[in-house]
Design a protein. Sequence first.
Length: 217
Amino acid sequence: MTPVTILIADDHRLFRDGLRALLGKQENIRVVAETTDGAETVSAAVQLKPDIVLMDISMPELNGIEATRRIVSQSAATRIIMLSMHSDRRFITESLKAGAMGYLLKDCAFEEVLLAVKAVSEGTIYLSSRISESVIKDYIAIARSVPGSAFSILSAREREVLQLLAEGKSTKEAAAKLHVSVKTVETHRKQIMDKLDTHSVAELTKYAIREGLTPLE
């Protein structure tokens, strides 16, 4: 049997090391790479085309939801399982809308990770067993928008700019990362502040953390 190839995407080394060690003991699974931020994950997934990406939802540079959206559009055969501390329905809804086929809470048992890998590799959506049945119905209805979420209020580029600014990047640094002009980033920042009715980078940072666009630390 051909092993399922997996890319582990998480910015916490201890978590990656533990997960890789456990997965490495499985005869039918092969970990092909590890990545630490969203942009790196997209590049690795497109290049290596693993069967599954175990994707941390909160990563620097580019969050897991945005990374998922890019991978799905560029490497259709790769399937995404989100790993998150967030059980809030909007994170699950937006993950599924982005194209993820699985959603696991990070404190789940390793046996559940294996169940998710098996299900998703066979083309079945897998959601953590601790997510209640009544809420699952909302998660599966992925076409429904979530009013007030960053993913419905802001455009994809605005979310990228917001994440970089919230992570302490200057306007010039953000422009370099996105390969656009400083003026363009300044325009996006103004549009973001107008849409969110915020008036400082500190407020934007709090919003980005609350919405799961950037890691807390």
